[in-house]
Write a protein that binds this ligand. Structure first.
Ligand code: PEP
Length: 256
């Protein structure tokens, strides 16, 4: 089973790039170039301040807009944070949670990833939940153990129903922003492990329905080979998502 049951999802993670006016222009261009590409979902996850301009620019197009984080409380004294209902009211449908840069630079843990995921789902958002091993873990031969543990901890307490709104992004940390890409075989192996863990936590049916993306230096040159794998249902793309002409080639590769 694969694309018969799981629609591909190509998501861009703009990180801390693009002002609102630049976002408007890039989304307009992406929307124009993907207007006839209906074989996958296309999401751009933008900085918070870009959201109003991005949602406006994406209206009536194939492009959906996501955010890059959400807090686990509904409101209160959490300076600098954003709550789920704020995102929903701004027209946001998707949110990235647990990106390795949040884990690495901002103290995000599997516990906070789990709390944020629950809060996002409760607010009505769909979650792109990122996990993956660091280079030392891969070299130590413990990738399987690490991603299995992350999958279990990050999804703790979520129901099978919740899983309909969770996308997993397998992102080996050593491949993010480095130009080093996991081979299609390496990425497939780990995505299959994650799907297997989900089958154990829920059921085969739930596992077969979950979209698992690969992320880590995916680009217009390597996307087709990665996306051809049975357990890789899409991509989370950083650098290449900033250039509409490159990003659109990845969307095109996902049309098959
Ligand atoms: C990411 O930020 O999730 C990512 C995969 O970045 P890049 O494509 O630049 O490696």
């Amino acid at each position: 089973m694969k694309k018969e049951v799981r629609r591909a999802i190509i998501a861009g993670n703009w990180k801390m790039n693009m002002t609102p006016s630049a976002a408007k222009e890039a989304i307009g261009k992406t929307a124009e170039l993907t207007k006839d590409m209906n074989g996958c979902d296309v999401i751009l996850c933008v900085p918070f301040v870009d959201i109003p301009a991005a949602v406006e620019a994406a209206k009536g197009t194939n492009v959906k807009i996501g955010a890059q984080n959400v807090h686990f409380e509904k409101k209160g004294a959490f300076t600098g944070e954003i709550a789920g209902d704020m995102l929903v009211e701004c027209g946001i449908e998707y949110v990235i949670i647990g990106h390795s840069e949040r884990r690495q630079y901002f103290g995000e843990t599997d516990k906070t990833v789990n709390l944020r995921t629950k809060a996002a789902l409760e607010a009505g958002l769909k979650v792109i939940l990122c996990l993956g091993e660091v280079l030392e873990e891969r070299e130590a031969g413990i990738t399987s153990e690490i991603v299995s543990m992350q999958t279990k901890l990050d999804l703790a307490g979520l129901s099978a129903e919740d899983m309909k709104n969770v996308i997993i992004a397998y992102e080996p940390v050593w491949a993010i922003g480095t130009g080093l890409t996991a081979t299609p075989e390496q990425a497939e192996e780990v995505c299959a492990i994650i799907r297997n863990v989900i089958a154990g936590l829920y059921s085969e049916e739930v596992a077969e329905g979950v979209t698992i993306q690969y992320g880590g230096s995916m680009n217009e040159g390597n996307a087709a080979a990665l996306l051809s794998k049975v357990n890789i249902d899409g991509g989370l793309i950083g650098g290449a998502s900033l250039v509409p002409e490159k990003f659109v080639q990845i969307v095109e590769a996902a049309q098959a």
